[in-house]
Design a protein around this ligand. Structure first.
Ligand SMILES: *[C@@H]1O[C@H](CO)[C@@H](O)[C@H](O)[C@H]1NC(C)=O
Ligand SMILES: *[C@@H]1O[C@H](CO)[C@@H](O)[C@H](O)[C@H]1NC(C)=O
Ligand SMILES: *[C@@H]1O[C@H](CO)[C@@H](O)[C@H](O)[C@H]1NC(C)=O
Ligand SMILES: *[C@@H]1O[C@H](CO)[C@@H](O)[C@H](O)[C@H]1NC(C)=O
Length: 299
C-alpha cells in the first residue's frame, strides 16, 4: 500500500467516523403509518424527551396523541417548524356542527403545559356557550373575549354550509340579547378549552397556514395546530447525539439520559467510552469493513 492510499484511508476513516455515529443505532426513531417519530417524541418507553413521555401511541398504524382532555389523531408532525396537527373527530368543521359537548377541546396536564400549546395562528371557535359561561363573565353583555384570530372569525365561519341547518338559531342569538352562538378566541386568552367548564355545546378549531386568505372559512384547515418546544435549550440531547448516543430519560420520568449502546450515561457517550474503554458501535464496524475493502482495492 502506498502513501496516497494510506492518506485516503485515514481521511475516509475520519469522514465516516464523524458521519456515522449521528445516524446509526438510533434505537428510538420509529414510524407510525407514514409519520416519522423522532426526538423529542417517541413511542418506545424511555425514549425521547421526558416532557413528551406517555403522549404518543401507535394503534394500527394510526398515531394517537393522548392528553388530559382526550385522544386525538396526529395528522402531521412538522419537525422544522416544531408543530403538530391534531384531529378530534367530535370537532365541528365547515361541513358539520357537532353539539352535545362530545368534543375533547384541548387541555394538557399542568406539568406538560410548558412543552406544548396551540399556536397563536390557531382559532378556537366555541359554539353554543351558555350566558353563564366563564367566557362571558367580567364582560357583561359585550362578549369582549370573542374576536378575530389571525383573520379568522365566527362571522366568516357562519358562512359555512354546516350553519345552514342551524341558521335560525344563529340569527336568533346573534341579534338577540343572549351570547353569540359562536365565540372565537385564541388559546392564549383561555389557557384551556374545557367544554364542560366553559359550558359550551361544541367547538371548532382551525388554522390558516396559507399566506393568502382564500374562500373564507371554507379554505381554512380544521384541526388543532400545536407548537411544541423542549424549553431549556437542548444542550443535553445535542451533546448526546454528537457522541453517537440516543436521547432518552430515566425511570423517574424526569431526568434525561443518553443511551450509548449497552450503557446509559447521564451526560454523553464520550464519558462512557473514557470510563469503560472504547465501545464498538455500528459506525466502527462499517468503517472497518470499508477500510478492508479499500485496502483490498489499493493492493
Ligand atoms: C400520509 O398518508 C395520508 C393518507 O394515508 C396522506 O393524506 C398524508 O398526506 C400522508 N402524510 C405524509 C407526511 O406523507
Ligand atoms: C437505559 O435506559 C433505557 C431507557 O430508560 C432503559 O430502557 C434501558 O434498560 C437502560 N439500559 C441500561 C443498561 O441501564
Ligand atoms: C373540565 O372541567 C370539569 C369541570 O370544571 C373538570 O371536572 C374536568 O376535570 C376538566 N377537564 C380537564 C381535562 O381539565
Ligand atoms: C375579522 O376580520 C375580517 C377580515 O379581516 C373582517 O371582515 C371582520 O369584520 C372581522 N370580524 C371581527 C369580529 O372583528
Amino acid at each position: 500500500m502506498n502513501t496516497t492510499a494510506m492518506l485516503i484511508l485515514s481521511f475516509l476513516h475520519l469522514v465516516i467516523s464523524v458521519l456515522i455515529p449521528s445516524t446509526a443505532g438510533n434505537t428510538c426513531r420509529s414510524y407510525c403509518g407514514n409519520i416519522t417519530i423522532d426526538y423529542p417524541f417517541a413511542i418506545l418507553p424511555g425514549c425521547g424527551h421526558p416532557g413528551f413521555r406517555d403522549l404518543l401511541y401507535c394503534i394500527n398504524d394510526v398515531l394517537m396523541f393522548h392528553i388530559s382532555s382526550g385522544s386525538y389523531r396526529v395528522l402531521e408532525i412538522d419537525y422544522a417548524y416544531q408543530a403538530l396537527t391534531l384531529h378530534d373527530p367530535h370537532m365541528s368543521t365547515c361541513d358539520t356542527i357537532v353539539l352535545g359537548a362530545k368534543g375533547n377541546g384541548f387541555a394538557v396536564e399542568q406539568w406538560r403545559a410548558p412543552y406544548m400549546n396551540p399556536s397563536a395562528d390557531n382559532v378556537f371557535m366555541l359554539i353554543g356557550c351558555s350566558a353563564q359561561s366563564p367566557l362571558f363573565q367580567g364582560f357583561p353583555g359585550k362578549h369582549l373575549p370573542c374576536r378575530n384570530v389571525s383573520g379568522m372569525s365566527c362571522e366568516e365561519y357562519y358562512g359555512c354550509p354546516a350553519w345552514d341547518l342551524l341558521g335560525h338559531r344563529m340569527v336568533g342569538s346573534k341579534f338577540g340579547s343572549g351570547p353569540p352562538e359562536c365565540c372565537a378566541v385564541p388559546f392564549e386568552s383561555i389557557k384551556s378549552v374545557n367544554l364542560s367548564r366553559l359550558q359550551c355545546e361544541g367547538y371548532s378549531s382551525a388554522y390558516n397556514l396559507a399566506p393568502l386568505r382564500l374562500d373564507g372559512a371554507n379554505g381554512w384547515s380544521y384541526g388543532i395546530h400545536v407548537k411544541y418546544s423542549v424549553q431549556e435549550n437542548d444542550e443535553f440531547c445535542r451533546a448526546c447525539e454528537a457522541t453517537g448516543g440516543t436521547c432518552g430519560y430515566g425511570t423517574d420520568g424526569i431526568r434525561q439520559l443518553c443511551m450509548c449502546g449497552s450503557t446509559n450515561s447521564t451526560s454523553n457517550c464520550d464519558s462512557v467510552k473514557s470510563s469503560s474503554g472504547r465501545t464498538y458501535s455500528n459506525g466502527n464496524t462499517v468503517t472497518g469493513v470499508l477500510m478492508c475493502l479499500l485496502a483490498w482495492i489499493a493492493i
